[in-house]
Design a protein around this ligand. Sequence first.
Ligand SMILES: [Ca+2]
Ligand SMILES: [Ca+2]
Ligand SMILES: [Ca+2]
Length: 484
Amino acid sequence: MPGILVSNTESGEAHVWYADGTKIVDRKRVLDADGLVVSVNGPWKIVATGTDAGAFTRPNIIWHDANSHMTLLWRMFNYRLSSTATVVDEAGNPIFVGPPWETVGCGDFNGDGKADILWHDNSTGGGTDETQIWFIDGHRITSRATVVDEAGNPIFVGPPWETVGCGDFNGDGKADILWHDNSTGGGTDETQIWFIDGHRITSRATVVDEAGNPIFVGLPWHVVGVGDFNGDGKADILWHDHAPDGGGSHELQIWFMDGHRITSRAAVLAENGNPVVVEPPWRIEAVGEFTHHRVGPVTAEGSPAGTFRGDVVVTGKMEVSGGIVVPHGDISVSGDLILTGADVAEQFDVADHANTADGIGPGTVVVLDADGAIAPCTAAYDTRVAGVVSGAGDRVPALLLDRGAPGREAEDDRRPVAVTGKAWCRAEALDHPIKVGDLLTTSSVRGHARKATDRTDALGAVIGKALTQLHRGTGTVLVLVGLA
Ligand SMILES: [Ca+2]
Ligand SMILES: [Ca+2]
Ligand SMILES: [Ca+2]
């Protein structure tokens, strides 16, 4: 939703005024990451707002420090600071640029979905009147380019012309540059758009009124921002009737644009329907897209209790007690995948002859038959060993592979076999006690493991390493499963 960013020059607080068309529908104080009211007084000044498209759009407030000349991005969640990042150059080093260079605004000039920063090298401060774009990815400059004219030559325009904003006026997905020919500096009060593709001007046009005639508007009216107020994909122009000496009605007007032509004009209204007024100590900082999310618990019931068509972003923890089903697509994790289960198990069919009264329960040492089905081991040093049926004691599988969809037929005749990780295992110490660290192999006692005492025979028949001991008889041993 378009938002007008205003600040109070006395208290320092900043507000986002959410605009639905021409009407202010909500006003929120800009908060820092701790939820405290932000103060914009001091060397740091808000110079623009931008929006990065992507998995989700997120507004950025762009700050510039008059002392250090650093440029800082504030990534916002609604009207609250989410994270900050210093703009860095192509090599990753913080970049310091100040007067006579001035930040004009922020827009996506090359159409890659990422907001770029527009600068002007003001000749009244000794600059060359060059206009330059920093193409940005995240907070890093990927390249810089001087704006060139239709013929590809660098273009130098300065006072009385002023760059007053940028936005995509013709809806081609690439930001354009808005100029005004200030009459107090000897200009004609013409407003002009440079339509841009990357850093090249494709065409220039004087803004015309609804009837197609060039329109000349100057002080006390001046442009304070560019944003798409009616959501038609084309940027509109926000004007403020406020002279530097304090004159004017202090009202705001939007020019709804289609390319360089005004389709309609309307005053910005307050919640009560009256024209909104911005007068000192309030001042307008920028216009941007600000997300306007509901804050507070949302509850819903039913099946389904909610449906989203599009991406869903969760910035906090998500707790799911009913399971997650991903019928299509991948799951990608950039952090650690933490599983409380103990082993990685592979699902196997149980051989027909193994479905005896004795069963093939958790902890059973199993071997493969000729069909790849599993049955309890019955011989020592059996190289057909597949692992240990998972799930004995307090250990459950962390990852279950080759598992059919829930409810799949014949899933009852299958068992998860731990092929790596920790699992409790039936074992016998009839001839040889098992100590921690002993290699275990199959036993002639059905479904049991035993200590591997013969290294040669054990080759290819190792189940894993004992993590607990068994002095005599039969019992269970925790095994670090590792087939070898
Ligand atoms: Ca871009
Ligand atoms: Ca455009
Ligand atoms: Ca529009």
